[in-house]
Design a protein around this ligand. Structure first.
Ligand SMILES: *[C@@H]1O[C@H](CO)[C@@H](O)[C@H](O)[C@H]1NC(C)=O
Ligand SMILES: *[C@@H]1O[C@H](CO)[C@@H](O)[C@H](O)[C@H]1NC(C)=O
Ligand SMILES: *[C@@H]1O[C@H](CO)[C@@H](O)[C@H](O)[C@H]1NC(C)=O
Ligand SMILES: *[C@@H]1O[C@H](CO)[C@@H](O)[C@H](O)[C@H]1NC(C)=O
Length: 458
């Protein structure tokens, strides 16, 4: 995961001098209903909402409209150091629809790719499901299933409509870090297994030390610190390819990293988190006709349902995570996940320890997943509780080729594991997709969670 940030300048009306929460735009979370289901299939509607991540928000002086952060640089006067910056600057409310292209209606959430506002152009977005105005909803999914509908028909090569869980703090870190006055209401506290360095505030401090503006992203940069936590990618997809991937960490909950712990660059396998994960991408597993536009398994030209089951060894919530199963439902028909076509892997259409080991071995990949505890450790995080993330992004690092093309691009595409989708190795450049597919969008709807087999019919 890499994160995009938009500069936003709002029209000024009134100022509130509250530290670190701006009130130039009032913060109103778009409402989204979801359902909780019990064994047997009876479901109860929950009225929830979503909050935009803090990185996308306008950050300005607490008492006026001077930017604390503009494009990909910090104000040197307002942000000379992490603590001063945190006390000088306020995160403001978001105009979800006109600035960020985020709209919700009933049980459906639409994220639009490029939104040209009056003062800014926004690229992609990342929102979190709320329990109430000041807290994220914590999902505990061990021995449970999670289901949603998705429309990826308007997501071309290079884009990723992602639905996933990360072990963020329920209040966004507000109670633990007294200098964070904004909290979950303003989308603070993000972390994931890539230990991203582009997060502007971590642990209540601005990430200004050694900040380096990105050479190829006018809205982003990287600071000294990263923010790590376990991540369960339930869905990373466009109309061409899709993957689901657990990523484990040796740390429990959101943890700030610096130095080798972040696993940066050549030290990818030396950090606290497993950046590769153990993925299941049908195309990468050799079934090239299962998922795609007009395809026989899942036709990405129209909406479908994605079911993910977190199976435990003893069939109890207290058990050890042993398998992550996937089903699809489209046009009233349940479709089992595709099987791998590779010899030694052809018994597998789900993620288990044995699948992960066999896959890493065949593909010649480092098994950093198992080295950091594998499925049992992923299960521990799922048991403690994780936050639901819904996002749409493009990839300034490697053009999303790891999802939908041949990657590494100089690898032998006939070798198992290299080909991940039909997109060209020259596709997915952010400048191209932002210019050519600004109206791309993803729609997530009909979110349900609960007992195994309660949200769909097999
Ligand atoms: C905005 O407020 C900051 C202090 O928070 C101050 O240094 C700066 O001069 C102010 N800018 C304007 C334009 O008033
Ligand atoms: C963009 O810049 C980042 C460093 O911020 C670098 O890792 C990445 O390879 C660059 N991507 C491209 C496509 O040039
Ligand atoms: C995107 O949508 C807008 C508004 O509907 C339209 O004016 C524009 O031509 C579209 N752009 C592209 C590249 O399709
Ligand atoms: C769910 O359905 C599958 C297939 O019918 C069955 O094997 C499994 O035991 C069921 N699990 C539960 C908890 O009902």
């Amino acid at each position: 995961m890499f994160n995009k940030v938009a500069l936003v300048i709002s029209t000024l009306s009134a100022f509130a001098f509250s530290q670190q929460v701006g009130t130039l735009t009032s913060e109103t979370h778009p409402p989204l209903s979801i359902q909780s289901c019990a064994a047997g299939g009876s479901c109860t509607t929950e009225s929830r909402s979503v909050a935009l991540d803090s990185n996308w928000r306008w950050l300005h002086a607490t008492g006026n409209s001077t930017n604390c952060y503009d494009g990909n640089t910090w104000s040197s006067s307002l942000c000379p150091d992490p603590a001063t910056c945190a006390s000088n600057c306020a995160l403001d409310g978001a105009d979800y629809s006109s600035t960020y292209g985020i709209t919700a209606s009933g049980n459906a959430l639409t994220l639009k790719f490029v939104t040209k506002g009056q003062y800014s152009t926004n690229i992609g977005s990342r929102v979190y499901l709320m329990q109430d105005e000041n807290n994220y909803k914590m999902f505990t999914l061990l021995n449970k299933e999670f289901t949603f509908d998705v429309d990826v028909s308007n997501l071309p090569c290079g884009l990723n409509g992602a639905l996933y869980f990360v072990e963020m703090p329920q209040d966004g870190g507000k109670s633990k870090h007294s200098t964070n006055k904004a909290g979950a209401k303003y989308g603070t506290g993000y972390c994931d297994a890539q230990c991203p360095h582009d997060i502007k505030f971590i642990d209540g401090e601005a990430n200004v030390n050694n900040w380096a503006p990105s050479p190829n992203d006018t809205n982003a940069g990287t600071g000294q610190y990263g923010t790590c936590c376990s991540e369960m990618d339930v869905w990373e997809a466009n109309s061409v390819s899709s993957a689901y991937t657990p990523h484990t960490c040796t740390v429990n909950g959101q943890t700030r990293c610096s130095g080798t712990d972040c696993g940066d660059g050549d030290n990818r396998y030396g950090g606290v988190c497993d950046k590769d994960g153990c993925d299941f991408n049908s195309y990468r597993q050799g079934d090239k006709t299962f998922y795609g536009p007009g395809f026989s398994g899942v036709d990405t030209n129209s909406k479908f349902t994605v079911v993910t089951q977190f199976i435990t060894s003893n069939g109890q919530d207290s058990g050890t995570l042993s398998e992550i199963r996937r089903f699809y439902v489209q046009n009233g028909k349940t479709v089992a996940n595709s099987y791998s076509t590779f010899s030694g892997l052809s018994d597998y259409n789900s993620i288990s320890e044995e699948y992960c080991t066999a896959q890493k071995e065949l593909f010649g990949d480092t098994n950093s997943f198992q080295e950091r505890g594998g499925l049992p450790t992923m299960g521990d995080a799922l048991g403690r509780g994780m936050v639901l993330v819904l996002s749409l992004w493009d990839d300034h690092a490697v053009n999303m080729l790891w999802l939908d093309s041949d990657y590494p691009t100089d690898g032998d595409a006939s070798k198992p594991g290299i080909s991940r989708g039909t997109c060209s190795t020259s596709s997915g450049k952010p400048t191209d997709v932002e210019a050519n597919s600004p109206n791309a969008s993803v729609i997530y709807s009909n979110i349900k969670y609960g007992a195994l087999n309660s949200t769909f019919t097999q």
